[in-house]
Design a protein around this ligand. Structure first.
Ligand SMILES: Nc1ncnc2c1ncn2[C@@H]1O[C@H](COP(=O)(O)OP(=O)(O)OP(=O)(O)O)[C@@H](O)[C@H]1O
Ligand SMILES: [Mg+2]
Length: 149
């Protein structure tokens, strides 16, 4: 499975919802295909949750805000790094420290399971998740997965 095809599928699945919510989804991927050995369903679930979280964070800023979600890839040593960056509401310290806790949510209808499950899935794949967020500015999630050659 290549990372590009997986990300393209996720964009196809989320694009129309994004447009309805006033956010554009940009995909910037390398031309060279990057192969990963993954459980496609699981990794798709991880990326989908992150894109949905990004849309929610953009929606929470307000209607007049132009939402932007950038998904890009880069390679580093034997890993591919997938970055999902949004210009949504960002997170405060209290949210940042509890982000991956099961059942932690700030949403009325959230389960708070999205990121805790994602964390486990990526860990089981020999990868890592990290996050960078500024309140009022936006959030970036970085997923690293081992490449296969
Ligand atoms: N991109 C983001 N911008 C701002 N806050 C975020 C972002 N991603 C996650 N969060 C915060 O982290 C919390 C936990 O996210 P998680 O995906 O685990 O659960 P959820 O989105 O609340 O619920 P569910 O995934 O079931 O819809 C969210 O409620 C939100 O406060
Ligand atoms: Mg979620």
């Amino acid at each position: 499975m290549t990372v590009e095809s997986l990300l393209k599928e996720v964009v196809l699945l989320t694009e129309s919802e994004g447009l309805m919510k006033g956010c554009e989804i940009l995909l910037e991927v390398d031309d060279t295909p990057l192969s990963v050995s993954i459980d496609v369903k699981q990794i798709k679930q991880v990326i989908l949750n992150m894109v949905k979280n990004a849309m929610d964070a953009i929606e929470e800023v307000g209607e007049e805000h132009t939402g932007m979600i950038r998904i890009k890839t880069a390679t580093e040593n034997n890993f591919v790094q997938i970055t999902i960056a949004d210009n949504g509401r960002g997170m405060d310290h209290n949210t940042l420290v509890r982000l991956f806790d099961p059942f932690f949510t700030t949403k009325e209808s959230g389960t708070g399971l999205g990121l805790s499950v994602s964390y486990r899935i990526i860990k089981n794949h020999g990868g890592t998740i990290s996050v960078d967020s500024q309140k009022g500015e936006g959030t970036s999630f970085m997923i690293k997965l081992p490449l296969v050659f």
